[in-house]
Design a protein around this ligand. Structure first.
Ligand SMILES: Nc1nc2c(ncn2[C@@H]2O[C@H](COP(=O)(O)OP(=O)(O)OP(=O)(O)O)[C@@H](O)[C@H]2O)c(=O)[nH]1
Ligand SMILES: [Mg+2]
Ligand SMILES: [Zn+2]
Length: 306
């Protein structure tokens, strides 16, 4: 029996689309997989490497290869089950907009902390630069300075100005990239410009609520002409996907983590401990108040989206 190997590019119900070379094959799962440690609603996810073979005219997946990493979200509020959004990601990008719809720093910081928790490299893309007025542009530049100061790459782009995409393009090449963010921020629009001819569905945001209309309904991986892939995902409302341990949260804020050796206590969580280097840096304006505020929010398990 000849088996083949490929990467899952799309899953819809029982049909799993697997790409091998340039070819895409519609597969089903043979029997059922049981995956240790993850209580997930989906046995395979976009980005998974699988083995399959042909039985008559059917392509059947027999094996899931080890995952390098994966990102999950809770399938329902309060549910213990998770949905694996994607796996084997080299780089996760938060697609964000200061307006129409607005992405809060709470949402940005929760995304970055989640990526740190999963050890996935993360960057921020601010889109719709063509509609920023002076005040918004100043605000975006402030955020750009803040996040690049911490060590995250920040791109300011417009899907309507293809030149604005050159630095981003260079970074996407030859990697498996995930695009996430609120509905309506322009994830699919951006991918349409990066992959000419793709024509993903794009929907204007609601004029009444100024929010997106959930145009993309399932994750799908698309091949870049220069090499590499982008995973387009449905818009999400919140990034509260990970049950952080209180003592670990400081590990997910790199600029706080760098200060930890200077705190008096090596298990300092920077709330009210004496001799805390993070609190001192906050007082001296060396740590951003919004980062600190969002850190506390995560520590206290508050819902900070929007
Ligand atoms: N002015 C302007 N509008 C944009 C830009 N990018 C996207 N849009 C518009 O924003 C709206 C939403 O874009 P989509 O690409 O569907 O957004 P999405 O993030 O994929 O949304 P979901 O699939 O619902 O998560 C559409 O009306 C786009 O035309 C941009 O750079 N500038
Ligand atoms: Mg979309
Ligand atoms: Zn401290």
């Amino acid at each position: 029996m000849q088996t083949f190997e490929g990467v899952v590019v799309k899953t819809t119900g029982n049909i799993i689309t697997v790409q091998t070379g340039k070819e895409r094959i519609l597969c089903r799962i043979k029997g059922s997989f049981r995956i240790k440690d993850i209580n997930s609603t989906n046995p395979v996810a976009v980005g998974d490497y699988v083995k399959y073979y042909f039985e008559n005219d059917d392509a059947l997946i027999t094996e899931l290869l080890d995952r390098k990493n994966y990102i999950v979200r809770k399938s329902k509020k309060l549910s213990k089950q998770v949905h694996i959004l994607a796996s084997n990601i080299d780089h996760a990008y938060l697609v964000a907009t200061p307006v129409l719809p607005r992405t809060s720093t709470g949402f940005i910081d929760r995304f970055l902390a989640t990526a740190e928790a999963y050890s996935i490299k993360a960057s921020i893309i601010f889109t719709k630069a063509d509609i920023y007025d002076k005040d918004i542009l100043n605000y975006v530049n402030e955020l750009k300075n803040l996040y690049s100061g911490i060590g995250y790459s920040v791109y300011v782009v417009s899907s309507h100005v293809s030149d604005s995409l050159s630095p981003l393009k260079a970074q996407l090449k030859d990697k498996i990239n995930l695009f996430t963010g609120h509905s309506g921020v322009g994830k699919s629009s951006l991918i349409n410009v990066l992959i000419p001819g793709l024509n993903l569905k794009v929907t204007p945001i609601s004029e009444q609520h100024l929010t997106g209309k959930h145009s993309t309904t399932f994750a799908e991986m698309h091949q870049l002409p220069e090499g590499g892939f982008i995973i387009d995902t449905p818009g999400i409302r919140e990034f509260g996907t990970y049950d952080f341990n209180k003592n670990d949260v400081t590990h997910y804020f790199p600029e706080f983590f760098r200060l930890l050796p200077h705190c008096k206590f090596n298990n300092c969580i920077h709330v009210n401990e004496s001799g805390c280097a993070v609190l001192a840096a906050l007082e001296h304006g060396e740590v951003s108040p919004s980062r600190y505020h969002n850190y506390l929010s995560i520590l206290n398990n508050e819902d900070i989206f929007r």
